[in-house]
Design a binder for this molecule. Structure first.
Ligand code: PEP
Length: 252
């Protein structure tokens, strides 16, 4: 059985005090209201990881980072390595979010290395892929997403790729309020899963959780998560409000 996962991506939001309040609220509501086996992850800014992690204690809510370096150590001012995250007990890291690809020129080649670094440190990478609007409009979105998955992940062994979580996030749906329809999401998740199956076999493909991301809200989550190949969500804006986020978790 694939893991159901809902991960909140806080991006560059919240003061430390606000982060503490949001964490406490999510942790409390998840404990009281979420009975299903959904993995809940808070991907906080690096500076809050340590305090959010200790605040969570042995709660079922986990922390994740939003990025890691492609280097192990050295003169890379401002960077954070996968090994540093491992040393703090951070279990998840987002790799290749479209904002990293767009504003920080991250490409499939760098992301393949980042994925390797995360896996080598025992972290679970949440590997993001997804097409921009013009690619969706010219009809080459399947080819582009397959290429992102291929170049980012297909160098991995069958064992290793099963440790990766994939997030399909159409760029035109991120932070825009424009969600993919459940049919569009299911189609693309099935494309990704078939592509993995063609290379690694159906059993491997069936074991990998593929999350949908792009304006997931409490009122559209249920329909999206009901799709057979959608195993949960990567949630940006709606993860900044505890009640909204927990309702999304409950829809999973
Ligand atoms: C994201 O940042 O991964 C995301 C999906 O953002 P939003 O939910 O705000 O569209």
């Amino acid at each position: 059985m694939r893991k159901k996962i809902v991960a909140g991506n806080w991006k560059m939001n919240k003061t430390w005090e606000e982060a503490r309040i949001l964490t406490a609220e999510v942790m409390g509501m998840v404990a009281d209201e979420v009975t299903r086996p959904v993995e809940v992850i808070l991907c906080t800014p690096f500076v809050y990881l340590s305090s959010v992690k200790s605040q969570l204690g042995n709660s079922r809510v986990k922390v994740g980072a939003q990025n890691c370096s492609e280097h192990d150590a050295g003169a890379y001012t401002g960077e954070i390595s996968a090994g540093m995250l491992q040393s703090m007990g951070v279990p998840y890291v987002i790799i290749g979010h479209s904002e990293r690809r767009q504003y920080f020129a991250e490409n499939n080649k760098t992301l393949a290395v980042k994925t390797d670094k995360a896996l080598a440190s025992g972290l679970t990478p949440i590997f993001c892929c997804g097409e921009p609007l013009e690619i969706r409009e010219n009809g080459t979105h399947e080819a582009l997403v397959k290429q992102q998955v291929e170049e980012g992940l297909f160098h991995l062994s069958a064992d290793a790729i099963q440790k990766v979580v994939i997030a399909y996030e159409p760029v035109w749906a991120i932070g825009t309020g424009k969600t993919a329809t459940s049919q569009q999401a299911q189609e693309m998740h099935a494309v990704i899963r078939r592509h993995i199956a063609a290379k690694y076999g159906q059993m491997v493909a069936d074991s990998i959780s593929i999350l949908y991301g792009g304006s997931v809200k409490a009122d559209n989550a249920k329909e999206l998560f009901a799709c057979p190949d959608v195993d949960g969500g990567l949630v940006g804006g709606a993860s900044l409000k505890s009640r909204e986020f927990v309702e999304i978790v409950k829809a999973c």
